[in-house]
Write a protein that binds this ligand. Structure first.
Ligand code: FAD
Ligand code: NAP
Length: 548
């Protein structure tokens, strides 16, 4: 569908909407939601996607080194056996182009494109209380009505470009990693400055360092990172993955984090120091990746002393890897427990600082004052740069939603409603905004787990709910305020039980100046969450008000 096929506003008197659902976004979430609404429920839907292609995260994030850090054989859909069987991943952690090819394949395979309108940004949506439907408008002038409005806008899709003085006068080129040019950036012979050392920055540093004449990394917070131990799959590896698919599925379903790690029930404090080091070392050397967090000890995220054993181990590895002790010290995180910021995994990140053409600058000690026409100035120094890379993350979880003028009952806006931080029921609905569903919304576990699994769980639940509404002749569903309040309290209580609030992370909105400090995701894991939402459905959508 092309964005030039505009949809005109309908006369007020017409009480049935044009579509059953409008879905905003065509990443993992939007594509699968469209499949469910159209192919499973047999209803009509249109997806509006701001990008010129499908794929979401994997359409936008084309920076050097971009790849997933959930392993490919479970960072994918599981809803279609045929899809699973016909797709073969090449690598343990595939690069962005391969994941984008996969999502394009999904769009083609299930003929989703005919209901996807690309290059179209949704600007506003208003709930029509008289007719119980949403009136949706796009920046390009489309107007359409739909019974349900489903957000698949993504949790990490609104780029955070810090408001540095002078950026507009910079004579070189600058890029945010989440909006990377499609034909790449040529770093050869260039002096590059990179701001940010989160998961993105940590992936980008080794690749940019290998291409650029010089790379200066401006680090505000040192980060823990675990080796990915990435490698292409051999024929034998792939045969093993295929053979074990049923077992993988069973493990994923029994896991906290949507990944096939067998749950561990031992405390880091219950083993001897030698045994603990051996366990960490084995994972560091032979497994890599998220197994360090989820497959070593059960109390790393809930007990500061247990966490310190993991953090100390990583700091020792940094000292062992980085030649210059002063640089190793700067790279060693010391202000937050391991895992309380989303933990990165890497390929030769710390090793990169042994290169002659890489310099690390601590911008906590000497903050960035301004971007100058020729580079960047900190309180203590000036750096001449040809290119600046902003690996500065996202206005996570609420950024993309708050940019849309969403108006619920009584004309209240979502942005206003969430002024003091987002509040949802189960991460799925917001009181006062009937027939509006949020896939991976705040209050859901999505961003703390392997996301495709969380996304499928959400989409299945929403589709089940819409099917229930249709079968029972309901035209309106709304989260009750009391149920929402109770869920928000629960989300906070679970977060308080963990160590997550010990870090200034994007989970808390702490990366965006002025954003309210509220712990946004549900940290209780997928199993507990799944049980809860299934119970709610089986009790006739407890906590929601359904109207015919
Ligand atoms: P997205 O993929 O973000 O898609 C949302 C889409 O909505 C975007 O295309 C956007 O253009 C569109 N949109 C937003 N607002 C509007 C609007 N107003 N109108 C129209 N369209 C709009 N998760 C993991 O579990 N494992 C990983 O290894 C992993 N790696 C990641 C690597 C990177 C670099 C990043 C940034 C994230 C990663 N994630 C990972 C998280 C990742 O975002 C999810 O895994 C998943 O891709 C999210 O899919 P989504 O469809 O929910 O959102
Ligand atoms: P991020 O984790 O928020 O990291 C942003 C970095 O920029 C941080 O180092 C931050 O420092 C720094 N920064 C932000 N504003 C700054 C400022 N004004 N001055 C100096 N430094 C500043 O963002 P991200 O690395 O893009 O990752 C976001 C999320 O995307 C990840 O947590 C993960 O969920 C996902 N992701 C996943 C993968 C993967 O799985 N393969 C890869 C990339 C991203 P502070 O820490 O001090 O705030």
């Amino acid at each position: 569908m092309s964005s030039s096929q505009k949809t005109e506003a309908r006369p007020e008197s017409d009480s049935s909407p044009e579509l059953d659902a409008v879905i905003i976004g065509a990443g993992f979430s939007g594509l699968y939601m469209l499949y469910q609404v159209r192919e499973v429920l047999g209803l009509s839907a249109r997806v509006f996607e701001a990008g010129e292609g499908v794929g979401g995260t994997w359409y936008w994030n084309r920076y050097p080194g971009a790849r997933c850090d959930s392993e490919s054989y479970y960072y994918c859909y599981s809803f279609s056996e045929k899809l699973t069987e016909e797709w073969k991943w090449t690598t343990r952690y595939p690069e962005q182009p391969e994941i984008l090819r996969y999502l394009n394949h999904v769009a083609d395979r299930f003929e989703l494109r005919r209901d996807i309108q690309l290059d179209t940004r949704v600007s506003a949506a208003t709930f029509n209380e008289a007719h119980n439907y949403w009136e949706v408008s796009t920046e390009g002038g489309d107007h359409v009505t739909a019974r349900y409005l489903i957000s698949a806008v993504g949790c990490l899709s609104s780029a955070n470009i810090p408001d540095f003085k002078g950026l507009e006068d910079f004579k070189g080129d600058w890029y945010h990693t989440g909006s990377w040019p499609h034909d790449g950036v040529d770093f050869a012979g260039k002096r590059v400055g990179q701001i940010g050392t989160g998961s993105t920055g940590i992936q980008a540093v080794p690749v940019i360092a290998a291409q650029a004449e010089h790379l200066t990394v401006f680090q505000r917070t040192a980060n823990y990172s675990i080796p990915a131990l990435n490698a292409p799959y051999s024929e034998e590896d792939w045969a093993e993955i295929v053979e074990n698919r049923a077992e993988t599925r069973r493990k994923v379903e029994a896991s906290l984090g949507g990944a096939p790690f067998v749950p561990i029930h031992r405390s880091a404090k219950d083993v001897s120091e030698e045994e603990r080091e051996a366990i960490y070392d084995d994972v560091w050397t032979n497994s890599g990746g998220f197994k360090f967090l989820w497959g070593t000890f059960s109390d790393i995220m809930v007990d500061l002393d247990a966490n310190k054993t993991a953090a100390d181990f990583i700091r020792a590895k940094i000292r062992e890897t980085v030649n210059d002790p002063a640089v190793a010290e700067m790279l060693s995180p010391n202000d937050h427990p391991y895992g309380t910021k989303r933990p990165p995994i890497d390929t030769n990140y710390f090793e990169s600082y042994n290169r002659d053409n890489v310099k690390l600058v601590d911008v906590r000690k000497s903050p960035i004052v301004e971007i100058t026409p020729n580079g960047l100035r900190t309180e203590d120094d000036e750096y001449e740069l040809d290119i600046i890379v902003f690996a500065t993350g996202f206005d996570a979880m609420t950024g993309s939603l708050r940019k849309i003028d969403i108006r619920g009952l009584g004309g209240q806006t979502l942005a206003k409603k969430w002024e003091a931080g987002p509040r949802t029921y189960l991460g799925l609905q917001v009181a006062g905004f009937p027939n509006f569903f949020t896939i991976t919304g705040p209050g859901s576990p999505s961003v703390m787990v392997n996301m495709p699994v969380a996304i499928e769980q959400h989409v299945n639940w929403i589709a089940g709910c819409i099917g229930h509404m249709r079968d029972h002749g309901h035209r309106r569903i709304e989260a009750k305020q009391a149920a929402q309040d109770e869920w928000v309290d629960h989300v906070n209580a679970v977060a308080d039980f963990t160590l997550y609030k010990h870090a200034n992370s994007w989970y808390l909105g702490a990366n965006i100046p002025g954003k309210p400090r509220v712990f946004m995701p549900y940290a209780g894991g997928l199993i507990e969450y799944g049980k809860r939402v299934d119970e709610v459905a089986s009790r006739g959508y407890e906590g929601f008000e359904l109207q015919s």
